[in-house]
Design a protein. Structure first.
Ligand SMILES: Nc1ncnc2c1ncn2[C@@H]1O[C@H](COP(=O)(O)OP(=O)(O)OP(=O)(O)O)[C@@H](O)[C@H]1O
Ligand SMILES: [Mg+2]
Lengths: 352, 237
């Protein structure tokens, strides 16, 4: 516990220090680094659900979308009031950003409760189906929500002096002065990797605690866990909701970096990409998943010319992994239960 | 201490228990014997509420109606099951498995004494304290499963076929330990077994279950002497 706390503090200082150098980094590389950070958050949070808690969620992009849109719309629609409260200084912006990221995460986790509770109470793989549907529903809902740009995507809003807010310029109001509030670009190396440090620190501590061991117990054997008085549904829901929260935060980091979001950014393939990171890294291995997230952020950049074959390459990668290293890059080989075979025919024990 | 009345359990169309009645007095060892598929495991799972019992069934524990209460509520009341087939947590170490047993305990400061008691009965577990549960031998896993349940400080322990898949010599040891737990901790025990010989030798009273019905019951000594039991369950020609 103590050690990880010190390690966490050191990494925060390091992250802060490296952040000071960001101006010297080529902007293309910088962008890849930020994406890698966001992917690490997405993959490690999904790993909590798919790896540690042994459930299978296919809707992580949906939670990311909720966080991205929720935080971006607050940062734009409420920009005038947020500016008047927090001002334009560093501290004010920081509070603002923390606030919208948090709201994005909470929004995603509330939806997580609604989606997760009914399917996690049932035994069996209902979660995969529900989350698959959920991710698509979220995307379609956003595509039809004009207030956040629908299928056109969302960049920011025009605020006229008479109080009218609009996504586009209104010709009738041409005489009135206006200001365009874009999604602010608050995400930088510091914020992205601060969240990375927080999530890795929290997951590591959680899994090491007796409470966290409960996740492994539930995964190892649900009936035995129930017989020990562990409320298995509560564990599964906790993992799911926590995972959704961090996906929402990752969404907020994303929208406040690219400054333009589109429902297609959060489609089914995005969810699959995150699942691939978890499988490749090794379900239940945080380090492995971090590496896989980094590799799978860089790899598509190297393969730009063959973009359209990306999913085929992923599929091949997974098949090869399954054959060669089923436990993932860094995953530890899981203990299988010994088969119960009577060591002697029962009859032999009966005579005396 | 435990009264099961008219317990009926259905798995879809399969009628696994057809209204059985069992009584487990405090501090006793009661056994439920029967062949494969008789419904022994189902009985224990229904008592712990891991499977739901059908309407008309009633389970009373210390005079409280616990029928279909959530499983963790039942464990909290001091009723703990050692599941069939040594369902230990394969990826947790011996110590962590034991900690899971104490998961609902409020008096964590007393855990040390209970661990000492367990390592005293099963010294082998102490030697393997850091080993993952999945790497233990069959007999050791059974010891761990029993110990893990003991860590919850149960007043009533439900044991599901502790002899399953274990060499006869170890079976004897395990049954001796079960008696020791009953004697020194005063834990009431409901023991489910196919191995009628061992079960009846340690129990005070027994029930014989056959395809969902209790067909015989009586003091263990009487059942042991009963010609029908001898023929069907004690391997006599
Ligand atoms: N989950 C289930 N779904 C459907 N049928 C089941 C289920 N579990 C048990 N059964 C059926 O209920 C009956 C009783 O099973 P149970 O496991 O209680 O038997 P048992 O007496 O414990 O047998 P064994 O000695 O082999 O462990 C069997 O016919 C079994 O096939
Ligand atoms: Mg059974």
């Amino acid at each position: 516990m103590k050690n990880t706390k010190i390690l966490f503090l050191i990494s925060v200082v390091l992250i802060f220090g490296i952040n000071l150098l960001s101006d010297y980094i080529n902007s293309y590389y910088y962008q890849i680094i930020i994406y890698a950070g966001i992917n690490i958050i997405l993959a490690t949070s999904l790993n909590l659900i798919n790896g540690y808690a042994g459930q299978f969620s296919l809707g992580h992009a949906g939670f990311m979308a909720i966080g991205a849109y929720l935080s971006a719309s607050i940062s734009t629609y409420f920009a005038p009031s947020l500016l008047s409260i927090f001002g334009d200084a560093v501290i004010g912006k920081a509070i603002w950003f923390i606030l919208v990221l948090f709201i994005g995460g909470v929004g995603a986790s509330i939806v997580g409760v609604i989606v997760g509770v009914p399917s996690l109470r049932l035994k069996g793989d209902y979660l995969a189906i529900t989350t698959l549907g959920f991710g698509e529903i979220i995307r379609v809902v956003i595509q039809n929500l004009d207030i956040i740009g629908a299928s056109q995507g969302f960049r920011g809003i025009y605020v006229y002096d008479n109080g009218v807010k609009s996504l586009e310029m209104i010709p009738e109001l041409s005489g009135i002065t206006y200001k365009f509030y874009s999604i602010p670009q608050y995400t930088d190396f510091f914020w992205a990797f601060l969240v990375v440090a927080i999530i890795i620190f929290s997951i590591t501590n959680l899994i090491r605690s007796t409470y966290g061991r409960g996740f492994i117990a539930v995964k190892d054997d649900e009936i035995a866990a129930e017989a020990m008085g562990i409320n298995t549904t509560k564990f599964k829901v906790t993992a799911f909701v926590l995972g959704a929260f961090f996906a929402g935060v990752a969404g907020g980091l994303y929208s406040h970096f690219v400054q333009y979001i589109n429902p297609e950014d959060f489609n089914f393939l995005r969810s699959i990409e995150i699942v691939v990171m978890v499988i490749l890294g090794g379900m239940g291995s945080t380090i492995g998943v971090v590496f896989a997230a980094i590799i799978l952020t860089i790899l598509p950049e190297l393969l730009r010319d063959v973009q359209q074959y990306r999913m085929i390459i992923y599929a091949l990668l997974i098949i090869i992994m399954m054959l060669v290293r089923p436990q993932g890059l860094f995953g530890i080989k899981l203990q299988k239960k010994k088969k119960i075979t009577p060591e002697q025919p029962p009859k032999a024990t009966l005579k005396d | 201490m435990l009264r099961v009345e008219n317990l009926t359990v259905n798995y879809g169309a399969i009628n696994a228990l057809k209204g059985i009645t069992i009584n487990v007095p405090e501090k006793s060892i009661i056994t439920l014997i029967g062949a494969n598929g008789a419904g022994k495991t189902t009985t224990l799972r229904a008592i712990s509420s891991v499977v739901k019992s059908a309407g008309g069934s009633r389970i009373y524990y210390e005079d409280k109606d616990i029928t279909n209460l959530p499983p963790h509520k039942i464990v909290e009341m001091g009723l703990c099951q050692v599941p069939e087939g040594r369902l230990i947590f394969a990826n947790l170490t011996v110590k962590e498995n034991l900690d899971m047993g104490a998961y609902l305990r409020k008096d964590k400061q007393n855990l040390k004494n209970d661990l000492d008691f367990i390592f005293n009965i099963f010294p082998r577990l102490k030697e393997r304290i850091k080993q993952p549960g999945g790497t233990l031998s069959g007999g050791e896993q059974q010891m761990l499963a029993i110990s893990r349940a003991l860590m919850s400080k149960p007043k009533l322990l439900l044991l599901d076929e502790p002899s399953l898949g274990i060499a006869p010599i170890l079976v004897r040891t395990i049954f001796e330990k079960i008696v020791e737990i009953n004697k020194s901790l005063g834990t009431t025990i409901l023991l489910v077994e196919q191995n009628a010989h061992f079960a009846l030798s340690v129990a005070n009273f027994g029930y014989v279950l056959e395809t969902g019905n209790i067909i015989l019951e009586g003091p263990a000594k009487e059942l042991e002497a009963n010609p029908e039991v001898r023929k069907a369950y004690l391997g006599e020609a």
